[in-house]
Design a protein around this ligand. Structure first.
Ligand code: ATP
Ligand code: MG
Length: 437
């Protein structure tokens, strides 16, 4: 992509409405723009990140055996009347009336819709187990939307739902999703801690939230200090094996959100207890037959007709973009981890119009393909460097007349800031050759 034609409206000034780094940087880097309180447009740079995050989430869902579908954002109120949640959900639900005076709503979550889908399509236990998920926009009319995409009213969620014949099988699905969440966050370069949690309006009796520790997190969390060094990046998982031991290992140590504190346990932990703030990036629930019984989602089994056992599993995809920035930035801007960076390379032509600079820049631009943002504008070098630091691409490659006279271009790693001088050939081998990355 050429910067001269890219829709990348960066801001030099810090927007006054933004209280936390990620919100500030997403606005300044031209990733999002607010259209109404808690409702955002994703601009091209932001959308590239959102899509990369969503694709990693999808990939890990598939590896864990979940199948993707796509349900609508608008749902009929009837289904929510069947489950009894139409009234319970209260003002957070955006209620809509269509031209025929039918009550509709913008989905805040999808337990009812998927239970109805399942009920109308599956009749026998032989079709079980099933885990279905989608990545879809949700609307919740939050009292206090804030912190940009972290607490929006409209936000993108991955929500998945499991269907099993009995509690034991449902527990296996829960464990699969539990482990897939550990892998997903770790692949995104984030350290997520699973915490015992309340089930809230979803209901049920087994539930874990996954939190990223960050000073700007909205939740108070209390965790055993061993979680601070937890590293899942090299863990291999066999989804066909019994995952209970692995889940027990992860849940054996104390880690809770504020509502679930146990003072007696905390007193025993002494200085092994860490109190911190967390960003909730995922939440999983096992709620058994809560919806299937209310909505008559039953399957035939050797023991007669039984309501199907269910769980639901959410990841805040758009919130994750904010959480990633909270975890990866400095005074100059964002520092994207490679797996989610909007582009891997920022190519800077320091003297547009200089034939040698233009020529080498064009060669690099062609070789680096779809993962390069080429700053080909007629701007001062300082402006270009500052903007590259702000948008935070992992690698900056600067092409200037002085360097070229000595046969080199300058390569900077955004994380850490190390610079090295490399020949054009070395850059091409390193980043565009057959062994690149
Ligand atoms: P919170 O406690 O932060 O309000 P929640 O418990 O109501 O979230 P869930 O129903 O568990 O949310 O939704 C699953 C995931 O969706 C959450 O773990 C979070 O990552 C994300 N999410 C929930 N509400 C929002 C929001 N208003 N804006 C962005 N992401 C959200
Ligand atoms: Mg939650």
């Amino acid at each position: 992509m050429r910067n001269s034609t890219y829709f990348l409206p960066t801001l030099k000034e810090t927007p006054s409405e933004a209280q936390i780094a990620s919100h500030r940087l997403m606005l300044r880097a031209g990733m999002v723009r607010q259209s109404a309180a808690g409702i955002y447009s994703w601009l091209p740079l932001g959308l590239r990140v959102l899509n990369k995050v969503a694709d990693i989430v999808r990939d890990e869902q598939r590896l864990a055996g979940a199948q993707e579908l796509l349900m609508p954002t608008i749902q009929p109120a009837e289904l929510w009347k069947e489950s009894g949640r139409y009234d319970d959900y209260g003002k957070e639900m955006l209620r809509i009336t269509d031209r025929h005076a039918r009550e509709m709503l913008y989905g805040p979550t999808n337990e009812e819709l998927i239970t109805a889908l399942f009920r109308d399509s599956v009749k026998s236990f032989k079709a079980l187990p099933k885990i279905l998920f989608h990545v879809q926009w949700k609307f919740r009319d939050e009292v206090r939307p804030r912190f940009g995409v972290m607490r929006g009213r409209e936000f993108l969620m991955k929500d998945g739902y499991s269907f099993d014949i009995d509690a034991e099988a449902a527990r296996r699905s829960y464990n699969r999703m539990f482990i897939s969440y550990m892998r997903t966050f770790s692949r995104l370069g984030l350290k997520a801690i699973p915490m015992r949690a309340d089930t809230g309006p979803i209901g049920g009796d087994l539930s874990h939230e996954f939190h990223i520790l960050a000073e700007t997190g909205e939740s108070e969390v209390f965790v055993h200090k061993d979680f601070i060094d937890l590293d899942w990046s090299r863990r291999q998982v066999d989804y066909d094996a019994d995952l209970q031991e692995l889940v027990d290992e992860l849940t054996g140590k104390y880690a809770v959100t504020g509502e679930k504190r146990d003072r007696a346990v905390e007193a025993r932990l002494g200085d092994q207890l860490v109190s911190a703030r967390g960003i909730e990036v995922g939440h999983i629930f096992y709620f058994g037959a809560k919806y299937s019984r209310a909505m008559n989602a039953v399957v035939s089994s050797p023991n007669g007709e039984v309501p199907v056992e269910m769980g639901s599993y959410g990841i805040g995809v758009s919130r994750l973009v904010g959480a990633l920035i909270e975890a990866n930035h400095d005074a100059a801007g964002i520092i994207w981890p490679e797996p989610v960076a909007p582009f891997q390379f920022g190519l800077i032509n320091l003297k547009k119009g200089d034939p040698a600079c233009d020529d080498v820049s064009e060669q690099l631009y062609a070789a680096l393909g779809s993962e390069v943002l080429y700053d080909d504008r007629d701007e001062r070098a300082g402006v270009k460097f500052a903007e590259m630091d702000l948008i935070g691409l992992p690698w900056q490659i600067a092409v200037g007349p002085k360097g070229l006279a000595a046969g080199i271009v300058e390569v900077k790693r955004r994380a850490g800031g190390q610079r090295s001088e490399m020949t054009l050939e070395a850059v091409l081998n390193r980043f565009a050759g057959p062994q690149a990355r």
